[in-house]
Design a protein around this ligand. Structure first.
Ligand code: PA5
Length: 445
């Protein structure tokens, strides 16, 4: 399902030192399994894939069908872990060009609640004006300002445009079982709702309804996605020997690189459809590991596009980086470079070759150049962009993240630092309950 190759890190770190992590990784795996490590009240993701029932999937699919039957557009309102997983999967699997065409069977999926851009929200509401649209409102806490604000706008517009009864049918809430304003609204309005389990944090929630419902609405096979993740759960299980466990090797390698002053990990793809997988990965690793003044900084680039922008820095800038490349073995379509009688562009040496062969040589050439330039390279190969392999890839990264956070010695399942900006923002906006903070912050301005 996935092959992990660390050979091109070995001029920088030794295999012996990576394998020396075996006992620490085992301890981390045991702590995850036994719930004895930091953040042990947030381990619901660990065996989530294998515990998803057919009834649950059927409920999600039936709800997705109601939205598909009644909406030209579905807006997914959420931020951070409450939207990145769905977007990662949907964009990895969607046609790059036909997604914005209004089609009868599949609604266009748009996103809101992940920014407070007035122009963005204005233009979204304007675009929706003549559309039959629905909303999936996703917030575990149910109180996140960005999402709540967008949902307030969307709810009103949906009710105004489609009437209260239809709005009730096409608005779905995914939130806590009991707490938060999103739960109160869902219960009061009678929306169909799904629960985000207490023990699954936002960035680990892609395989809960948070990810699964939007993915199903977009027309993708959530059974196959879950099957891919379940297979990976086994492949990365605690009894799999260290040398055969990709999550263990990845976690150990990145921690060993970090010890050798490789403070920045750049996730690389050679396929633009993986852009949001990188965004999801950045959140997963950034929020999980960046604390107590430690943590690898997770960055991402899309190649070959960014070889023409960030390529220079990566080749010759400060040597504090390493790359992790996600390579897709097989494309879903075939396209050959045509021959041209005049050959004015000099490209006939490529005639008859698959475009993917050119891309793969760009990938190989880049790997060799960057390693020569002092950038260690981890390579992850997935067979193709399909539900199974993406499901497997997401679970692989989650499992490696849990292990890696424990190797680093932090609690990978909390995010205390995220509150700092919120407190200031609420104080500046005079939110009731923030009177003291308001006074204090204004004295600093
Ligand atoms: O990973 C996390 O926990 C966060 O990124 C949250 O997902 C994000 O802040 C959104 O929170 P909520 O779902 O409570 O609106």
């Amino acid at each position: 399902m996935i092959s992990l190759n660390i050979e091109k890190t070995l001029g920088f770190i030794s295999k012996e030192n990576v394998f020396a992590y075996e006992s620490q990784v085992k301890a981390a795996q045991d702590a995850l399994e036994n719930g004895t490590g930091k953040g042990n009240d947030f381990l619901g993701w660990l065996h989530l894939p294998s515990s998803i029932t057919q009834e649950h999937l059927a409920d999600l699919k039936a709800t997705a069908q109601v939205l598909r039957d009644n909406c030209e557009v579905v807006v997914v309102a959420g931020i951070g872990g409450s939207y990145l997983g769905a977007r990662a999967v949907i964009e990895a699997l969607s046609n790059s060009f036909t997604w914005l065409q209004d089609k009868k069977s599949t609604p266009v999926i748009l996103y809101a609640g992940h920014n407070i851009g007035e122009d963005y929200l204005y233009e979204l509401t304007e675009y929706l004006q003549d559309k039959k649209f629905g909303v999936i409102n996703i917030s575990k806490s149910g109180t996140t300002t960005e999402t709540a604000l967008a949902f307030r706008l969307l709810k009103k517009q949906c009710e105004d445009q489609r009437g209260k009864d239809m709005a009730k049918k096409v608005i779905v809430a995914i939130t806590d079982a009991k707490k938060g304003a999103a739960r109160v609204t869902a219960d009061n309005e009678g929306y169909k709702s799904f629960i985000i389990p207490d023990n699954v944090g936002g960035r680990f929630s892609v395989l809960t309804p948070v990810g699964l419902l939007p993915i199903a609405v977009a027309g993708f096979d959530i059974e196959k996605l879950v099957a891919g993740a379940t297979a990976m759960e086994k492949l990365c299980g605690k009894d799999v020997p260290f040398a055969e466990n990709p999550a263990a090797i990845y976690a150990a390698t990145r921690n060993e690189l970090y010890k050798h002053d490789k403070k920045i990990e750049i996730l690389v793809n050679f396929n633009p459809k993986l852009h949001y997988v990188s965004e999801w990965w950045k959140q997963l690793y950034g929020e999980s590991e960046g604390k107590e003044n430690k943590g690898i900084f997770p960055a991402a680039v899309d190649f070959s596009t960014d070889l023409h922008s960030m390529g220079q820095w990566i080749q010759e800038g400060e040597r504090t980086i390493y790359e992790t490349v996600i390579s897709v073995e097989k494309t879903n379509h075939k396209l050959e470079v045509p021959s041209d009688a005049q050959n004015l562009d000099g490209l006939n040496f490529l005639a008859g070759k698959r475009v993917d062969e050119v891309n793969k040589m760009a990938e190989l050439g880049t790997q060799l150049a960057h390693v020569d330039g002092g950038v260690p390279n981890i390579r992850i190969v997935i067979p193709a962009l399909n539900e199974e392999s993406i499901g497997g890839l997401l679970y692989f990264f989650e499992k490696a993240c849990g292990i890696s956070g424990y190797l680093l010695g932090v609690n990978p399942f909390n995010q205390p630092g995220v509150e700092a900006y919120k407190k200031n923002m609420f104080a500046l906006l005079n939110k009731p309950g923030y009177e003291e903070e308001s006074k204090a912050i204004r004295a600093r301005l």
